[in-house]
Unconditional design. Structure first.
Lengths: 520, 173
C-alpha cells in the first residue's frame, strides 16, 4: 500500500530537500544578521502561508472529491472512485484506502448479488470467492456461501423428494396397474427409497401381502376343490373382507361336501332303483314278448281257422250247388229213364220187326241159293258160253249164304238185345228208384248244407271279430313291447347315469369324518 | 498487435488478500484501476486511465477466451476467466478475473467492472494446458478469422466432452 513510484519518491525527496535548505538558508541569514529578523520572519511566514494556502487548496479539492465519492457510495453508487492522478503520500494512501474500501464493498455487493442470482437459478456452484475478502466481508461471504450450500442442499433434497415422490408414485402406479390386471406378486423394491417413502412402499408391499395371501390360500383350496379334493380349507387368520372370503370358501366347501355326500347316498339308491327297474322291465319285456308270440300264434291259428271256415263255407256252398245240380241231374235222369223205357219199348218192337225181317231174309237167301244152283246147272250145260253165268251164280250163292249167315247173326243179336232190353228195363226201374231216393237225399243234404253255410258265415263274422280283437291286442302288445323297451332303455340309462354319477362323485375326496358328521 | 512484445519471463504473484480492481467504459477503456492493479502491472494511475484494457494483453491468451468474455458481459452477464496479463515491464501474472457489467437505474449497461483474485496453482496449471491447445488451434489456421472459429469450436467441444458449461468448468478449477 505504501509503495510509490520512483518518480513520486524522487519528487518528494527533492521537495523535502528544498524545504530544509530554504529553512536552513533563512535561519543562517537571520542568525548572521544578513536579513533583518522581522523580515526573515515575515518571509518565512509568507512562505509558510503561500505553501499552506496552496496545500489547503489542493487538500480541499482532494477532500471535496473524496467527500463526493463517499456521498455517491453512501447513495449506493459503487461506480464512484477517487481518481487520484497527482496526490501522493498521505493523500495517495487515503485515496487508495478509500478506493480499497469501496472496491471491497463493490466486489462484495456484486458477488453477493450475482451469487444469489445464480443460486436462484439453481447454479449453486457459483459461490462467492473468499480470496480478497477480509473480516466481516469474509464472514458475510461465509454466511452467504453457507446459505447457498443450504439452498443447494434444500434444492437437492427437494429434487430428491420430488424424485422420491415421482418414483414412489411410479412404482405404486405400476404395482396398482399390475394388481388391477390381477398380478398380486409384484412388489416394490424398497432399496431406492428413504424415510417415509420407504415406509409407504413397505406398507404398500404389506398391503399386497394382505390382499394376495388370503386370495392365494383361497386359490389353493379352490384348486384342490377343482381336483375334487374337499379335504382342504382356508386356515390362516384374516381380517375383515378377507375373513369374509375365507368364510365363504370354507362354507362353500362344507356345503359342497354335504351335498356330495348326499349325492353319493342318493346316487347309490338311484342305482339300486334303476337296477330294480331294469331287471323288472327285462322280465316284463320277456313276458310281453312271450305274450306277443302267443298272440302271433293265436293269430295264425285264427287265420287257419278262418281259412278253414271260409273253405267250409265255400265247400258247403259248392256242395249245395253240386247237390242242386245232382237233384237236377237226378230229375233229368228220371226223364232220361222214362225216355229210355220208351225207347226200350220201341226197341222191343223194332226187334220183333227185325226178327220178322231176318226171317224174310232167310227165306230170300234160301230161295236165292236154289235159284243160283239152278242157274249153275244151267250154265254148266251151256258150256263155255255159260261159264260167265256159272261164276255169277257162284257169287250169288255165296251172297245168299252170307245173307243167311248174317240174318242168323242178327237174329241172335236181336234176341240178345231183347234180353238185354228186358234186363235194362229192370235196371232202369231200379235206377229210377235209386234216383228218387237220391233226389230225396239231395234235398235233405241241401237243407243241411244251407244250415252249415249260414253257421259258417256266422262263424266267419265271429272269427273276424276275434281277429280284430287279436290284432288290437297285438298292437297293444307291440306298443307294450316298445314301451317296455323304452322303459328298459330308460332304466338302463338311469343305471348308467347312476353309475356315472357314482363315478363322478368318487372324484370328490371327502374329509370322511366331517362328511359323515354332515350327513348324519 | 502483431508487433513482438517484450516478455521478461518473470512471474508476479498476487497475495491471498488482494483484489485487483478495474473499471472500463463500454469500449473497454480503463476508467479506474486500484493500487494493486498499478503495482502488479507497473503502471501509474495516470498511465492507465483512458488506456484500452488490452494494454495488459499477454500473447499467450487465446482470442476465443476474450470472444466469450465480451459476448457474456455485453449480454449483461458475469464471467469468470483465468487470465495471464503482461505488465508494463514485460512481467506476467495470473489472475482469476470476475468481470461484470455495471448498470444504471434503468438497467442499461454503463460500463464494466473486473475483480481479480489470486488463482490456485492447480487451476493455473490446468488452464495453461487448455489455453495452449486453444492457442495452437488459432496459430495453426491460415487466417485470424478461421483460427478464432476453430479455437472457439474446440473450447466448446472440450466443455461438451466434460459435460459442463463454461462457468461450472472455470469455477471448479
Ligand atoms: C472490465 C474489463 C477488464 C479487462 N481486463 C483485461 C485484462 O486484465 N487483461 C486483458 O488482456 N484483457 C482484459 N480485458 C479485455 C480487453 O478489453 C481486450 O478485449 C483483450 O485484452 C483482448 O485484446 P484484443 O481484442 O486487442 O486482442 C478487459 C476488459 C474489460 C471490459
Amino acid at each position: 500500500m505504501t509503495s510509490l513510484s520512483s518518480l513520486s519518491r524522487l519528487k518528494l525527496t527533492l521537495a523535502l530537500l528544498w524545504g530544509v535548505l530554504a529553512l536552513f538558508a533563512l535561519y543562517t541569514a537571520v542568525a548572521h544578521g544578513l536579513i533583518y529578523a522581522p523580515i526573515g520572519f515575515v518571509a518565512l511566514a509568507t512562505g509558510v502561508l503561500v505553501f499552506a494556502l496552496r496545500a489547503h487548496a489542493r487538500l480541499s479539492g482532494f477532500l471535496r472529491e473524496t467527500t463526493e465519492v463517499c456521498a455517491r457510495i453512501r447513495s449506493g453508487d459503487f461506480e464512484a472512485r477517487v481518481i487520484n492522478l497527482d496526490e501522493e503520500d498521505a493523500l495517495r494512501r487515503l485515496s487508495d484506502n478509500v478506493n480499497g474500501a469501496i472496491d471491497i464493498c463493490d466486489a462484495f455487493v456484486r458477488e453477493s448479488l450475482l451469487a444469489m442470482q445464480a443460486a436462484s437459478e439453481g447454479r449453486y456452484y457459483r459461490k462467492i470467492r473468499q480470496e480478497g475478502m477480509l473480516g466481516m466481508f469474509s464472514h458475510s461471504v461465509d454466511g452467504i456461501n453457507r446459505a447457498i450450500d443450504f439452498l443447494k442442499e434444500k434444492d437437492e433434497a427437494d429434487a430428491r423428494n420430488k424424485r422420491m415422490v415421482a418414483l414412489t408414485i411410479e412404482r405404486i402406479r405400476m404395482l396398482v396397474e399390475s394388481a388391477s390386471h390381477g398380478n398380486l406378486d409384484e412388489r416394490i423394491e424398497s432399496d431406492g427409497f428413504e424415510g417415509e417413502y420407504q415406509e409407504l412402499v413397505t406398507n404398500m408391499n404389506g398391503l399386497m401381502e394382505t390382499i394376495s395371501d388370503p386370495l392365494k390360500e383361497s386359490i389353493r383350496v379352490l384348486e384342490k376343490l377343482s381336483e375334487g379334493d374337499l379335504t382342504d380349507e382356508v386356515r390362516e387368520r384374516y381380517e375383515g373382507v378377507f375373513d369374509d372370503i375365507k368364510q365363504a370358501v370354507n362354507n362353500t366347501i362344507a356345503r359342497l361336501e354335504r351335498i356330495v355326500a348326499e349325492i353319493q347316498l342318493a346316487s347309490t339308491s338311484v342305482k339300486d332303483s334303476a337296477d330294480g327297474i331294469s331287471s323288472a322291465s327285462l322280465d316284463l319285456s320277456r313276458r310281453t314278448e312271450n305274450q306277443s308270440s302267443s298272440l302271433a300264434q293265436t293269430a295264425s291259428a285264427m287265420e287257419q281257422i278262418t281259412a278253414t271256415v271260409e273253405q267250409n263255407t265255400s265247400s258247403a256252398r259248392m256242395v249245395n250247388e253240386v247237390s242242386l245240380k245232382a237233384k237236377e241231374v237226378a230229375l233229368q235222369g228220371r226223364q232220361v229213364m222214362k225216355e229210355a223205357v220208351e225207347s226200350m219199348t220201341l226197341i222191343s218192337a223194332s226187334s220183333e220187326k227185325i226178327a220178322h225181317i231176318s226171317h224174310l231174309i232167310d227165306e230170300i237167301a234160301s230161295q236165292t241159293n236154289l235159284l243160283a244152283i239152278n242157274a249153275a246147272v244151267e250154265a254148266s250145260r251151256a258150256g263155255e258160253a255159260g261159264r260167265g253165268f256159272a261164276v255169277v251164280a257162284e257169287e250169288v250163292r255165296s251172297l245168299a249164304r252170307r245173307s243167311s249167315e248174317a240174318s242168323k247173326e242178327i237174329r241172335a243179336l236181336n234176341q240178345e238185345s231183347m234180353a238185354q232190353v228186358k234186363a235194362g228195363n229192370e235196371h232202369v226201374e231200379n235206377a229210377g228208384d235209386l234216383l228218387d231216393k237220391i233226389v230225396g237225399s239231395v234235398a235233405a243234404l241241401t237243407e243241411r248244407i244251407t244250415e252249415i253255410t249260414s253257421a259258417s258265415e256266422e262263424q266267419t263274422i265271429g272269427i273276424n271279430e276275434i281277429n280284430a280283437a287279436i290284432a288290437n291286442m297285438d298292437q297293444v302288445t307291440q306298443e307294450n313291447v316298445t314301451m317296455v323297451k323304452q322303459n328298459s332303455d330308460a332304466a338302463g340309462s338311469l343305471t348308467e347315469l347312476a353309475d356315472d354319477l357314482n363315478q363322478l362323485i368318487t372324484f370328490f375326496q371327502l374329509d370322511t369324518a366331517r362328511a359323515s358328521a354332515a350327513t348324519a | 498487435m502483431a508487433k513482438e512484445l517484450y516478455l521478461s519471463g518473470k512471474e508476479r504473484v498476487m497475495t491471498d488478500d488482494e483484489i485487483i480492481v478495474s473499471k472500463t467504459n463500454l469500449k473497454g477503456h480503463i476508467t479506474y484501476g486500484n493500487d494493486v492493479f498499478c503495482n502488479i502491472a507497473d503502471y501509474s494511475t495516470k498511465e492507465i486511465i483512458g488506456a484500452p484494457h488490452s494494454i495488459l494483453r499477454h500473447p499467450e491468451m487465446p482470442r476465443c477466451v476474450f470472444k466469450l468474455f465480451w459476448e457474456r458481459i455485453e449480454s449483461g452477464r458475469e464471467i469468470f476467466a483465468y487470465v495471464v496479463n503482461r505488465g508494463k515491464e514485460g512481467d506476467h501474472y495470473w489472475v482469476l478475473a470476475h468481470v461484470t457489467p455495471s448498470f444504471d437505474a434503468n438497467g442499461k449497461i454503463t460500463g464494466y467492472h473486473s475483480n481479480r483474485r489470486k488463482p490456485t496453482d492447480a487451476a493455473v496449471k490446468a488452464i495453461k494446458a487448455l489455453y495452449a491447445t486453444l492457442l495452437a488451434e488459432e496459430r495453426k489456421a491460415s487466417d485470424r478469422k478461421t483460427g478464432l472459429q476453430n479455437s472457439d469450436q474446440r473450447l466448446h467441444a472440450i466443455l461438451q466432452e466434460k459435460g459442463v458449461d463454461y462457468d461450472e468448468f472455470v469455477l471448479a478449477l
